[in-house]
Write a protein that binds this ligand. Structure first.
Ligand code: ARG
Length: 464
């Protein structure tokens, strides 16, 4: 049997040292080292609270804080050696502390367990990530308002079922994304609010018998309050699942946007030009310009969804309270943070330089009888019941398809074959501008509404 040399800090009751295979299998320090700053901040707050409550002496506290600061500097400088034998970031730092200052260091873990320690670290880490992602989302939202502004008045086909449906303003389409990423930002803020309750002091799962003050550490670490039940707290990862679901939603939105950019940059659509620096060529076809970056963004959505599913699956069926399965919570979260941070930064930069082919988009609105609904509405105003109007326009559209014409190209005499109430004023209704500008219901694509929506968006961003 392979064994590994060192005795563990928890090894008092063990007669064998840990198997090397067990050590390699169970270590988490290779990834949870990312939590070191939070771990040190948590330990300093805990030590300060212990001293304030007579569990540590003042000079012991001084030694602990000074040594933790020195350890942090060493890690910052890349001079600290994390050891797999010590399993995780918490044990590595605690061992380094004890090596430096001896007995005072060995007192730090009073009234605390790694179960509440890891939860407090993870929550502080996630809290910072929520803030960073909200800032990145702001940049993306801002990019959409700029695109709306730059393209104000330009028209394009709006689609349902990816079939041309009704003409819309390009700005309206851009502000649709603004709304999606705004909801994401609100969701992230909400997730942060719910997670920002301190688990520290719940100890292993039942609370502590020592005279600790949970409020003091919570306040020192910037939490809004305390978790209420030590058993819930020890095994709770709802906050990480919630964070990953918000990230999943964000990446779904990025994926839909990516898909549209892929489509729009095809020769078939030719609606946008993506900046060269975000595209690649082909190793064999010299004429190619491929939208790799947005394809990758669409693809990476799979990773993010996968991480959410991973964590949900880990949690399913876990009895209360802490179980070691929970250590598997970190890699999906770290991977998601890296992915989404890159995706949001890149997309904001790409959108800044996105060029719309306004002429091509406008041209695309002129085919496909896109103002058919306007004709039906026109008949409704002339008191034709909508269902009847729909049928009349359907016949006119079939006639157009047969003759190879568009609705505005029909003569008044041709229109009269379908309905006697149609007069000369129909042509204004059938024009693209007429159609777009008539849609002034709240949330519609009418120019006035879209300008209003843009103003609201800009104000919301400015007031942040
Ligand atoms: N590395 C562990 C984790 O990330 C820390 C908590 C360990 N607690 C325990 N009781 N073994 O979950």
């Amino acid at each position: 049997m392979q064994k590994s040399g060192s005795k563990k800090m928890w090894g008092g009751r063990f007669s064998e040292t840990t198997a090397a295979s067990m050590e390699a299998y169970s270590e988490s320090v290779s990834y949870d080292y990312r939590l070191y700053k939070y771990d040190i901040a948590g330990s300093k707050a805990h030590a300060t609270m212990l001293a304030a409550n007579g569990i540590l002496k003042e000079d012991e506290l001084q030694q602990i804080v000074a040594a933790l600061d020195a350890i942090e500097q060493e890690i910052d400088a890349g001079e600290f050696t994390f050891s797999q034998e010590l399993e995780d970031v918490h044990m590595n730092i605690e061992k380094a502390l004890i090596d430096r200052i001896g007995p005072a260091g060995a007192r730090l873990h009073s009234g605390r367990s790694r179960n509440d320690q890891v939860a407090v670290d993870f929550k502080m880490y996630l809290r910072d990530q929520c803030d960073a992602i909200i800032t990145l989302l702001d940049n993306v939202r801002c990019a959409f308002t700029s695109l709306a502004e730059k393209n104000m008045g330009a028209v394009m086909p709006g689609y349902t079922h990816l079939q041309r449906a009704q003409p819309v303003l390009v700005a309206h389409h851009m502000l649709a994304y603004y709304e999606m990423f705004t909801r994401d930002s609100q969701r992230m803020a909400d997730c942060r609010k719910r997670l920002n309750l301190s688990p520290l002091g719940c100890a292993a799962m039942a609370g502590s018998g020592l005279p600790i003050d949970r409020n003091q550490t919570a306040q020192a670490l910037g939490f809004d309050g305390l978790t209420a039940n030590s058993m819930d707290t020890s095994g709770d990862r709802d906050y990480a699942i919630e964070f990953l679901s918000v990230c999943t939603m964000i990446h779904l939105h990025l994926s839909r946007l990516s898909e549209e950019l892929v489509l729009w940059s095809t020769q078939e659509f030719d609606f946008v030009r993506l900046p060269d620096r975000f595209c690649t060529g082909s190793s064999i076809m010299p004429q190619k310009k491929n939208p790799d970056i947005v394809e990758l963004m669409r693809g990476k959505t799979g990773r993010v969804v996968g991480s959410l599913i991973t964590l949900i699956t880990i949690m399913k069926g876990l009895p209360l309270t802490y179980n070691r399965d929970l250590q598997e919570d970190k890699e999906p979260v770290f991977d998601t943070v890296e992915t989404i941070t890159a995706s949001l930064s890149i997309i904001a930069e790409l959108l800044e330089d996105l060029q719309f082919n306004q002429e091509k988009m406008a041209k695309a609105t002129e085919t496909g009888c896109m103002t058919a609904t306007d004709l039906a509405d026109y008949l409704v105003i002339k008191e034709v019941p909508f269902r009847k109007a729909h049928a009349i326009v359907g016949q006119a559209v079939a006639y157009c398809i047969d003759k190879g014409k568009e609705l505005p190209e029909l003569t008044l005499a041709e229109f009269k074959q379908f309905s006697a109430v149609i007069e000369d004023d129909v042509y204004q209704v059938l024009s693209i501008d007429g159609s777009v500008n008539s849609r002034n219901s709240i949330g519609g694509t009418g120019l006035l509404r879209v300008k209003e929506a843009l103003e609201n968006a800009k104000q919301a961003l400015a007031s942040k």
